[in-house]
Structures are given as C-alpha cells and as structure tokens.
Design a protein around this ligand. Structure first.
Ligand code: ZN
Length: 188
C-alpha cells in the first residue's frame, strides 16, 4: 500500500505541473481546468508502471440535475442510482485488451448528501456549484500493450457534452478534448 501511495503522490504532482504548465493551458484557451461549467467534465488518466489511475470530476447538475443537498426521496434515489452506475467503471471508460483489475473505487458526492438533523439546525442553504468526483485505481499486469481508452460516460449521461482530459505516463503527457463522437483518449 505504501508503494501505491507514493505513486499517487507522484502522479498528483505531475498532474499539478501539467495543469499549471503554460503550454498545455494555452491549448484550453483561457479556460481553467477547474472551471465549473455545466456539461463540461474533467478526466485525468495517469499511468505509472502497473498502476492506472482514472479520475473524473463532473458538475452534479449534469449527472443528477441538481447541485443542492438531496431533500426529497426522489433526489436521494437519484444519488443512489448514480452511485451504483459508477461502481461499474465501464459506465465511464472502457479499456481494450487490458489485463487490469479494479482495486479501488472512490465516489465523492458528499456535498449532495442530506445533512443529519444536528448539523441541519446550523445550516444555511448554499447556492454554490457542486461536483461529483469519481476515482478509480486499477492494477494491470501489463500496460505496454494498450495506448487508448474509450470514454463511455457520454452514452449514459448525455448532459455531459464535453470532457477536458489530461493523461500522464512515465515519460509523456498530453491534453485532449473529448465528445460523444470523439470519445477515444489516446496516449503515447
Ligand atoms: Zn453547477
């Protein structure tokens, strides 16, 4: 586990360097990687030796249609449904020919969950935007034979219109925009 944590720290640093790098920032015109725009999600794919880390950040509005804390049974049901679909990685991204095993899934939709009564008493309703963040960690026997993945989330969540993707390997990095019709993320 320690080795994995070290890799994740290193990858976080690489991603930070890429996001702040002027050359790649220019490819996104004046658009910040972290801007919250409904319909636009951010995807990061990082490879180091046998680990593949995939992280998706999407506006909650584009997934469930609201960004406040769930209040009605219908809203809570929507959150449960979406959480269930994201436990299946193929509903977001599909790797061809890869001998990879999903070893960790983390779905963060905390800001959409109802507060407990105790906290609720002190809670003022906020109108800020809210995002859902999904992280997958895969362990792969070999990552040398794959260099692309199909992003499938557009099929299941048509309100996601565009994804700003960045990828990082041991030796290279890049950024690309993906849509329903241009949904293949290639690296190398
Ligand atoms: Zn929003």
């Amino acid at each position: 586990m320690h080795a994995l944590l070290t890799i994740m720290c290193k990858i976080s640093l690489l991603i930070y360097l890429i996001i702040t790098s002027p050359s790649i920032a220019n490819e996104h015109s004046n658009h910040s990687q972290n801007a919250h725009v409904h319909g636009l999600a951010q995807l990061t794919l990082a490879i180091e030796t046998n680990y593949l880390l995939i992280s998706l950040t999407a506006p909650a509005y584009s997934l469930v249609g609201f960004e406040h804390r769930a209040q009605t049974p219908e809203e809570i049901a929507k959150l449960n449904k979406i959480k269930k679909t994201f436990t299946e990685i193929n509903n977001i991204i599909t790797l061809s020919k890869a001998s990879c095993k999903l070893i960790n899934t983390h779905i963060n939709m905390d800001a959409l969950l109802p507060l407990t009564n105790d906290v609720n008493n002190n809670h003022t309703f906020h109108t800020e935007h809210t995002e859902v963040i999904i992280d997958y960690t895969l362990h792969c026997l070999s990552l040398t034979d794959i260099s692309s993945a199909a992003v499938t989330i557009f099929e299941y969540h048509p309100n996601i219109k565009k994804i700003s993707a960045i990828w990082v390997t041991d030796s290279q990095q890049g950024a690309v925009s993906l849509t329903a019709t241009e949904n293949v993320l290639s690296w190398q």
